[in-house]
Design a protein around this ligand. Structure first.
Ligand code: SF4
Length: 241
């Protein structure tokens, strides 16, 4: 199976749309049963709010608006942009939360292992560690995954009611649906721009620009937000790994 990220844009859009269709067919009751079987309980270890454990926190458009109203300094273009054109400009599907310069790369909003905006935390923070998407396992077999970091954080002894598990299942499916829709909208936006402006992705320029970025040079990234691309000039934090 070829990774979606290696396909031409129209094929990527088709693959993501197929994924969204498959998601719509996944029975909520089955997901809800898995949630009750796993019995996950948050132990407030704070691990999931660090780059060391979880990579980056990707934000849906609605979350970007919320971050801007809370603290715009907490935003940065998501890492690993999808494209770089022949002029060295990168394109990425959205924003992520910045992390602090501490050893674990704690989220901008994490203080003393607690989220300081807990009541206003973002979509992915609300559903974590639940997920519902297809991924290859260590042997390359693609299947649905419903929980992230199983047995690497939290406890597994919670009594979760049917009502609560159904609520989690619905919220997680809604998140995954919104995420796929945002990825598709980003690809359509880039596809339209590339066609109109005679641009194309050039992997060699992507790799060269990334090397420059890692050595401290600024790069220009067009970050997708709400149907448009926003220009951002970023430099790598010298402590970033
Ligand atoms: S916003 Fe809060 S819950 Fe979300 S990753 Fe940051 S500290 Fe954790």
């Amino acid at each position: 199976m070829i990774a979606v990220s290696l396909l031409p844009i129209p094929s990527r859009i088709s693959a993501l749309a197929a994924e969204r269709d498959a998601l719509s067919l996944y029975p909520e009751e089955r997901f809800s049963g898995i949630i009750r079987d796993v019995r996950f309980r948050c132990t407030s270890c704070g691990k999931c709010c660090t780059r060391a454990f979880n990579g980056h926190v990707f934000l849906l458009d609605r979350d970007v608006a919320a971050v801007r109203s809370i603290d715009p300094c907490a935003l940065e273009p998501a890492p690993d942009p999808e494209f770089c054109d022949q002029n060295g400009i990168f394109y990425v599907s959205g924003y992520a939360l910045k992390v602090k310069n501490d050893p674990d790369g704690s989220c901008w909003f994490l203080e003393n292992n607690r989220c300081r905006i807990y009541d206003r935390r973002f979509s992915i923070c609300r559903i974590y560690p639940y997920m519902l998407h297809r991924e290859p396992d260590e042997r390359g077999k693609v299947d649905w995954r419903q929980i992230s970091g199983l047995e690497r954080h939290g406890g597994y002894d919670a009594e979760i009611s049917l009502e609560e598990s159904m609520e989690i299942a619905r919220e997680t499916i809604a998140y995954e649906h919104a995420f796929l829709s945002q990825q598709i909208a980003f690809l359509e936006c880039v596809q339209g721009l590339f066609l109109k402006a005679g641009l194309r992705h050039v992997q060699k320029i992507y790799d060269g620009q990334m090397r420059e970025y890692r050595s401290g040079a600024p790069i220009t990234v067009m970050a997708y937000y709400n149907g448009a691309l926003e220009k951002q000039v970023i430099c790598r934090n010298h402590d970033e790994r």
